[in-house]
Design a protein around this ligand. Structure first.
Ligand code: S3P
Length: 425
């Protein structure tokens, strides 16, 4: 991908559907009785991996543009896949599906691409094993491929060491197949889309701050789902609108669930001119249109409590920080090391190539104002969010930015490049 600097960005845009909610809509649709109609589904590669896996287990799923129809067969309706389940690059598919598969009455193997085979799975192996699951790392390295032998599971109380929605959701899905109450306590509340959707589909779930209590039910019932635009994708355009001169954008129909809106809070705190318009609710998920105007940003500190609500947005926050007065410190974010790439290393090395003042720390990065960002040849490390963050940096650089392996952007944001072109002035 080649990015040229722009003068300004202007227009009204829509961004693709929320990745986390799209995955969950397929999963709950498959496990519910009846037909689930999903509108605004993200046709990114990760979510298509989830569809492929459920089709392999006998679930009929039809796709018509961004309308997806899932013929659910109930909690006990999945059939043994004939081949290994391949999740591609999708950690969400792998970790959440493990919770669904551990209590089935069949065996299977979950595997994926090179990046997924490097990501830590102990975080799900440990709680699932505690519930009685028979799930092992085939290469005995606590990573995928994972071999699951379906078993009867028990309820449990679990104090999670990390604020991870994938871990929490994995346990919640497994808990549907137990005999009693499962309680999960998180250190900081992670994204709560599973809780919201489980409640909508007829689950028995209550939450109090960072404690989630789930009781099994006999059945889940199909429910239509409207998926808002993904705030993690909107984030690239919010930052682009703030750091390019003379820009004004409206990003319509974006999910602003309070467990995901850390990016808005941080950018406003950096003096970003952002307004949330037409706030509304889709099946318990808060949605708004986001107005953004060029702003003179200043540095900030991003830490602890905020991190889970913006974990996927830290690469683009680093780009915003490079255009802000003063210094920005991002800390308590060691989780970045185990995302699609080690995002501390990859963002620091690539932004340095673009003449950004950035250094890595053990658990984050420090970025200082960088008045002379230079278009350069940079690498995505096959990480979609790294590729898109570098592309936005390229909009305010001098000269051309060339991003290699930019195809990975299709994992979460098909049409990203064309959307930039459509608002360029
Ligand atoms: C996700 C949770 C987050 C996030 C990922 C999607 C989800 O991961 O980084 O992109 O859909 O549950 P963790 O649960 O590992 O923090």
């Amino acid at each position: 991908m080649i990015i040229q600097p722009v003068n300004s960005l202007k227009g009204k845009i829509n961004i693709p559907g929320d990745k986390s909610i799209s995955h969950r809509a397929i999963m709950f649709g498959a496990l519910a009785k009846g037909t689930t109609k999903i509108t605004g589904f993200l046709m990114g590669e990760d979510c298509l991996s989830t569809i492929r896996c459920f089709r392999q287990m006998g679930i009929e799923i039809t796709i018509n543009k961004t309308l997806v129809i899932v013929e659910g067969k109930g909690l006990y309706g999945l059939k043994k896949p004939e081949q290994d389940l391949y999740v591609g690059n999708s950690g969400t598919t792998l970790r959440l599906m493990s919770g669904i598969l551990a209590p089935q009455n069949f065996d299977c193997v979950l595997t994926g691409d090179d990046s997924i085979l490097k990501r830590p799975m102990k975080r799900i192996l440990e709680p699932l094993t505690k519930m009685g699951a028979n799930i092992v790392s085939v290469n005995k390295n606590d990573k995928a491929p994972l071999k699951i032998t379906g078993s009867k599971l028990n309820n449990m109380t679990y104090y999670s060491q990390i604020a991870s929605a994938q871990v929490k959701s994995c346990i919640l899905l497994a808990s549907l197949y137990t005999n009693g109450e499962t309680k999960i306590v998180e250190p900081v509340l992670s994204r709560n889309h599973t809780e919201i959707m489980l409640d909508n589909f007829g689950g028995n779930i209550t939450t109090n701050d960072t404690t989630i209590i789930c009781n099994p039910v006999n059945e889940l019932y199909a429910r239509d789902v409207t998926i808002p635009g993904d705030i993690s994708s909107a984030a690239f355009f919010i930052v682009a609108g703030l750091i390019t001169k003379g820009s004004e954008l409206i990003i319509e129909n974006v999910g602003i669930n309070p467990t995901r809106d850390g990016i808005i809070r941080v950018l406003k705190n950096m003096n970003g001119n952002i307004e949330l318009l037409n706030k509304r609710d889709y099946n318990g998920e808060l949605v708004a249109d986001i107005y953004v105007k060029s702003s003179k940003l200043h540095g900030t500190i991003v830490d602890k409590e905020l991190i889970p609500s913006l974990i996927d947005e830290i690469p683009i926050i680093a780009v915003a920080a490079s255009c802000a007065e003063g210094k920005t410190i991002i800390k308590d974010a060691a989780e970045l090391k185990v995302k699609e790439s080690n995002r501390i290393e990859t963002m620091v090395s690539e932004l340095k190539k673009m003449n950004v003042n950035i250094t890595s720390t053990d658990d984050g990065m420090i970025i200082s104002n960088s008045p002379n960002i230079i278009g350069s040849k940079v690498m995505s490390y096959d990480d979609h969010r790294v590729a898109m963050s570098l592309a936005i940096a390229g909009l305010v650089a001098t000269g051309e930015t060339k991003i290699n392996n930019s195809n990975c952007i299709n994992i979460s944001f098909p049409g990203f490049f064309d959307l930039i072109q459509s608002i360029k002035n």
